[in-house]
Ligand binder design. Structure first.
Ligand SMILES: *[C@@H]1O[C@H](CO)[C@@H](O)[C@H](O)[C@H]1NC(C)=O
Ligand SMILES: *[C@@H]1O[C@H](CO)[C@@H](O)[C@H](O)[C@H]1NC(C)=O
Ligand SMILES: *[C@@H]1O[C@H](CO)[C@@H](O)[C@H](O)[C@H]1NC(C)=O
Ligand SMILES: *[C@@H]1O[C@H](CO)[C@@H](O)[C@H](O)[C@H]1NC(C)=O
Ligand SMILES: *[C@@H]1O[C@H](CO)[C@@H](O)[C@H](O)[C@H]1NC(C)=O
Length: 546
């Protein structure tokens, strides 16, 4: 059997207890590929039972109004936005660009702009001038420093420059700007400080996750403008995120409850960031219940026994599912968040929300994932008492098992699109290949007591943005850290998740991330279309063993 296309359906009584088999599997379909399941699969099936039970419970909580509660149906307007790398064809879906969304948000601001950021490299010309690099290849120089003005313009640096100039205009006209960001990534030229020099209404707080978890970054990208408009998505404050990488986000024009929730999220980060000086006394050593290792977490973490936990030191906001009329369609919206210690009452963690999105696929439905990195092992885990890096690898099956479960347990079509670029981890492809082989064994084993047709599928492909191999050295065509599909989204036939996290343990446990989630059918259709453009691209996308 083709290892890239695994067709599997178990017939496990223990699964049947949870889900109505007769609804999920309407008989033999002639596509039977194997007639049994290995022990490994029995374990996987048990795992699926546990997760399914949890998810069944969560779904009821997520959509209380679909059970007949009072529908609020606030009128909302939002659109999916995307960045398409310059010098590519066939990827653009026709959606508004991230650049246009950012410019509109900034230039229309009347009172305030709140945003979270990992790092800033919007204004390449200003940065290069300030650094005055003579050795362009020195690590002290920006990695676009050696391009001349004509080349930089062709690469699209002007878009980042324009966004930064728009922010400067906003600061100059007295807009209150608050920024929460990771520290120390400015490489000697901090753009937010340049904004601050223009106005005393610009406030910056840095948040060093390594003080709370020993590793981690501010990887959420949330914008809230005037408490009325906003953005959530994968784009960094980087000119490359506008013109050299593929990015996917949501631009919310108006949506009172959702924007209020985004503002609450920003406020929680804003308060969390102010506690940094107390991190030493406000962290605890714990044994992580899942990984069974020692690590450090904030003292209010739910991983600490309730009687030993400290009081949650910043405002917690209620965060229920929001029933809204989104672009005219009755829909539910929910924002999920990581790390868990930033999640207030009823807030679903980002990691759980991704699993839930995958598990939302119906029988014979689909679940498509587009993400830069997908790893079923920990990559940036730093445990207590160990010098990092190097980081340690532990098996972390949550998302992989959810995907395998959707393919094997339901017969859904599962597609995972990951990125190949200059900086990826060398064994990422190998690991994914191994798991495909595992799924293949599961499907084709001949243990006698299990007999079921293989209906679902699980495929993995790599997307390469042309030019990714030319981002280093004197003759490079592109800037370092560019030419990659950096989007992070999941779409099933039931839900869409537009997020900021790579699919690796640390993004859900020690790094800040946020996702916009909805069951809005038009958004599902649109994001599915965006996925298919990339997945079916004849020149950029291919199976992993290619
Ligand atoms: C981008 O494409 C244009 C037009 O095809 C070409 O002239 C230019 O050299 C390309 N730029 C790079 C950096 O490859
Ligand atoms: C793929 O590459 C071929 C050959 O260069 C080109 O003619 C075609 O337009 C490309 N297709 C897309 C969708 O970019
Ligand atoms: C940049 O460096 C050169 C060579 O070291 C020096 O002559 C020049 O004055 C510097 N310019 C600025 C703006 O610092
Ligand atoms: C910029 O660099 C390119 C490639 O080295 C060169 O062909 C071009 O003439 C330069 N342009 C300017 C204005 O220096
Ligand atoms: C399972 O049995 C079928 C039918 O006898 C056979 O074709 C297939 O090779 C077997 N698969 C394995 C993994 O043994």
């Amino acid at each position: 059997m083709n290892v890239n296309q695994v067709s599997v359906v178990p017939n496990d009584d223990s699964v049947e207890v949870i889900e109505n088999r007769s609804l999920l599997y309407d008989g033999e379909d002639g596509k039977r590929k194997g007639n049994g399941l290995s022990t490994a699969y029995k374990l996987a099936a048990l795992f699926c039972v546990l997760v399914s039970a949890a998810v069944a419970t969560v779904l009821v909580v997520m959509y209380p109004h679909s059970q007949g509660g009072p529908a609020v149906n606030e009128a909302c307007s939002a659109e999916i936005v995307e960045s398409i790398p310059f010098n590519t064809t066939g990827l653009a879906s026709g959606a508004l660009s991230t650049y246009d969304a950012f410019m509109t948000l900034i230039d229309n601001a009347q009172e305030s702009i709140d945003l979270t950021a990992l790092y800033w490299t919007l204004d390449s010309p200003a940065r290069n001038a300030a650094k005055n690099c003579t050795d362009y290849y020195s690590p002290d120089c920006p990695d676009d420093a050696h391009f001349n003005k004509t080349q930089l313009e062709a690469l699209g640096v002007y878009q980042g420059h324009n966004v930064f100039v728009a922010l400067k205009r906003a600061a100059s006209r007295g807009i209150k700007i608050r920024i929460v960001q990771s520290p120390g990534l400015g490489n000697g030229f901090e753009e937010p400080e340049a904004l601050q020099a223009l106005s005393d209404k610009v406030q910056i707080r840095t948040m060093d996750f390594s003080k709370w978890y020993r590793s981690g970054i501010m990887h959420a990208k949330v914008w809230v403008v005037d408490g009325k408009h906003g953005y959530v998505g994968s784009a960094n404050m980087d000119w490359r995120s506008l013109t050299q990488t593929r990015e996917t986000g949501v631009f919310i024009h108006s949506c009172e409850p959702v924007i209020r929730d985004m503002a609450n999220i920003f406020d929680s980060f804003w308060e969390f960031a102010s506690l940094e000086g107390h991190a030493a006394e406000m962290t605890r050593n714990i044994i992580d219940p899942h990984l069974q290792i020692k690590r450090i977490v904030p003292c209010w973490s739910h991983l600490i026994d309730e009687d030993k936990r400290c009081k949650h030191p910043f405002t917690m906001f209620e965060a229920r599912t929001m029933p809204v009329k989104l672009n005219g369609l009755s829909s539910n919206v929910r924002l999920s968040l990581s790390p868990p210690e930033i999640c207030g009452r009823d807030r679903v963690t980002d990691g759980n929300m991704l699993v839930e999105t995958i598990e939302s696929a119906s029988s014979n439905g689909f679940v498509y994932v587009s993400v830069m990195d997908f790893q079923p092992v920990t990559r940036f885990l730093c445990r207590e008492g160990v010098t990092c890096p190097p980081y340690e690898q532990f098996y972390w099956p949550s998302l992989l098992h959810a995907l395998l479960g959707a393919a094997t347990g339901k017969g859904a079509d599962v597609r995972l699109l990951v990125s190949k670029w200059w900086y990826d981890s060398e064994d990422a492809q190998d690991v994914l290949q191994k798991y495909l082989e595992y799924a293949d064994i599961v499907c084709n084993s001949n243990a006698s007591e299990f007999r079921a047709p293989c209906k679902g599928s699980f495929e993995v492909r790599l997307i390469e943005i042309p030019g990714w191999y030319s981002v280093q050295g004197p003759d490079r065509l592109y800037a370092g850290h560019s030419r990659v599909s950096h989007s992070k989204f999941i779409v099933s036939d039931k839900l869409v998740n537009i997020g900021t996290s790579n699919m690796e343990w640390s993004y859900f446990h020690s790094t800040a991330g946020v996702s916009f989630n909805s069951d809005n059918q038009a958004m599902i259709d649109q994001v599915k279309h965006m996925f298919e453009l990339a997945w079916n691209h004849p020149n950029y996308t291919h199976p992993i063993w290619w």
